[in-house]
Design a protein around this ligand. Structure first.
Ligand SMILES: NC(=O)c1ccc[n+]([C@@H]2O[C@H](COP(=O)([O-])OP(=O)(O)OC[C@H]3O[C@@H](n4cnc5c(N)ncnc54)[C@H](OP(=O)(O)O)[C@@H]3O)[C@@H](O)[C@H]2O)c1
Length: 234
């Protein structure tokens, strides 16, 4: 693969960590965004960790212009950072709702807003957004998560339509359960059997295929499911 420059949000864990690892092994430069980089310190000269809390929208506003000053011509933005919180709606305060939507929806829109003009000017770019099966159907206790992920789905459809002519491709990936630390703070997780969850590496390989796809073709959306759906409550 051509030596690309990629920004990966949520590069320190789960899906983002695997995407980062595969990109680095392919020779790409990766600027990794997360709050705590002690969790993942890949030994590559072409890895550039940036500590940022993306739920702080003022920081989200400033981060892409700052990165572009140091690393021009970003080829790929992977919007992946996020977390889950699954409760009935009345259990969330207004502030918790705002914080959740800020991280899981608005920060991604802000990052795309800052990168897309640069990509359009270059006539080249891939934006890949991690949605979810919760972007396709709403279920109980997932009202906030689905609000954010449905929002991302509408956002990516429009952005794709807006910038396809300028060489910028926008792809949404909607996985079902992925076996990752995402579940560490939740009261459920995928069943123990191998086919009860997608592996982060599976998603990462698909992301690389999307990037490698011939430029004239856009991969709009990809839905992924574990072969056998089963969850365990703690
Ligand atoms: N696991 C699943 O079943 C599943 C299914 C469908 C979709 N997804 C989506 O896939 C994406 C990645 O999930 P994952 O399973 O890989 O989860 P994960 O293992 O918990 O990783 C989440 C990543 O996001 C970063 N992050 C979280 N809050 C952040 C913040 N405020 N600012 C900056 N970075 C932040 C974390 O780093 P720090 O904690 O260091 O900040 C971490 O690198 C999410 O968007 C999730 O909604 C997951």
């Amino acid at each position: 693969m051509k030596k690309i420059k990629a920004i990966v949000t949520g590069s320190t864990s789960g899906i983002g960590k695997e995407i980062t690892s595969l990109l680095l092994k392919s020779g790409a430069s990766v600027i990794g965004l997360a709050r705590d980089h002690k969790k993942f310190e890949p030994d590559f000269d072409n890895y550039f960790p940036v500590a940022v809390d993306l739920s702080d929208l003022e920081k989200a506003e400033r981060i892409i212009p700052k990165i572009l000053q140091e690393h021009s011509n970003i080829d790929v933005l992977i919007c992946n950072a996020g977390h889950g919180d699954f409760r009935t709606l009345e259990n969330f305060s207004g502030k918790q709702i705002a914080d959740f939507i800020n991280l899981n929806l608005i920060s991604h829109i802000i990052l795309c807003r800052h990168i897309v003009s640069n990509m359009k000017t270059n006539g080249n770019g891939d934006i890949i957004v991690l949605g979810s099966e919760a972007a396709l159907v709403g279920k109980k206790k997932a009202s906030l998560y689905s609000a954010a992920k449905f929002g991302l789905r509408g956002f990516t459809q429009s952005l794709r339509d807006e910038c396809g002519n300028n060489g910028v491709r926008v792809c949404l990936i909607n996985p079902g359960l992925v076996r990752s630390p995402f579940f560490d703070s939740l009261n459920f997780k995928p069943g123990e059997a191998k086919n009860n969850a997608i592996e982060p590496r599976d998603v990462a390989k698909i992301v690389l295929e999307v990037i490698k796809t011939r430029k004239g073709t856009i991969v709009d959306e990809i839905n992924l499911s574990p072969a056998s759906k089963s969850i365990i409550f703690n």
